[in-house]
Design a protein around this ligand. Structure first.
Ligand SMILES: C[S@@+](CC[C@H](N)C(=O)[O-])C[C@H]1O[C@@H](n2cnc3c(N)ncnc32)[C@H](O)[C@@H]1O
Length: 233
């Protein structure tokens, strides 16, 4: 079922400086391939109450992650950047019963919200939220990992990619969100994201590395924010 909230999530947030471009094809896509999940919709409402909904992936993007998890037989996921746990819970729902996701979040209040939401969710047993800087937290996570979802500070994407390349098993997935870098990669930066030239270089390099056909079976999807998806060869 298509809700007006999904439409707003996919197309045009009214938050100052955080406006996503209105693209009719994404509105159409959200209507056909969104998610009708009351548990997840409640977390988007919670985020909206804090003016943070624009930071979370949209329902149709959650469906992409679920598609990948089911289609590639993913069991062990690491998420870098949990916010309130919307994407963690969405991914956990697609995992098999013995699947696990470890979600990392460095903001204390957001981590508390993600932890509470995960515990109250129908997939609590599959989610562990760890609070603290991802660079620290990753040191204590052992290989092999089936899938890493990178959705935290954009300046750290290359460090997260280094870690993922070392820890994801051959055949596993590395997925990066916001890989259009809000238009900054082609010089059309939307205001309010505080993106500097160094971060542009980081994201250019991130996409360049993952586009290498000798190392990855990979694609980039034109979601509102860009999503890079790479299967390690
Ligand atoms: C785009 S939001 C994540 C959205 C979430 N994946 C979702 O779709 O619901 C990015 C999150 O990464 C967190 N973050 C930023 N830098 C981080 C770091 N170094 N370590 C852990 N989390 C970080 C931010 O506090 C923020 O909540």
């Amino acid at each position: 079922m298509f809700h007006i909230r999904d439409f707003i999530s996919e197309t045009g947030h009214q938050q100052a400086g955080m406006v996503r471009p209105v693209r009719p094809e994404l509105s159409y896509l959200a209507g056909k391939f969104g998610l009708d999940d009351p548990e997840l919709a409640a977390i988007h409402r919670q985020l909206a109450g804090h003016g943070l909904e624009y930071m979370s992936i949209a329902p149709a993007e959650a469906r992409i992650l679920q598609f990948l998890i089911r289609g590639f037989g993913i069991r062990r996921v690491v998420e870098i950047g949990a916010l309130f746990g919307y994407s963690s819970i969405a991914m956990a729902k697609a995992l098999p019963k013995d699947g696990r996701i470890t979600a990392l979040e460095n903001d204390v209040a957001r981590c508390a919200a993600a932890t509470a939401n995960a515990r109250q969710s129908s997939v609590a047993a599959r989610i562990e939220v760890r609070c603290g800087d991802a660079r620290e937290q990753l040191r204590s996570i052992a290989a092999p990992i089936d899938m890493v979802f990178i959705d935290a500070d954009k300046s750290g994407y290359l460090e997260y990619l280094d870690w993922a390349e070392d820890h994801v098993r051959p055949g596993g997935l590395i997925v990066g969100d916001n890989t259009f870098l809000f238009g900054a990669l082609w010089g059309d930066l939307r205001e309010g994201h505080g993106i500097g030239s160094q971060t542009v270089q980081v994201m250019e390099e991130f996409n360049r590395r993952l586009s290498n056909p000798h190392l990855y079976n990979s694609i980039m999807i034109a979601t509102a924010e860009g999503m890079t998806i790479a299967q390690k060869l």
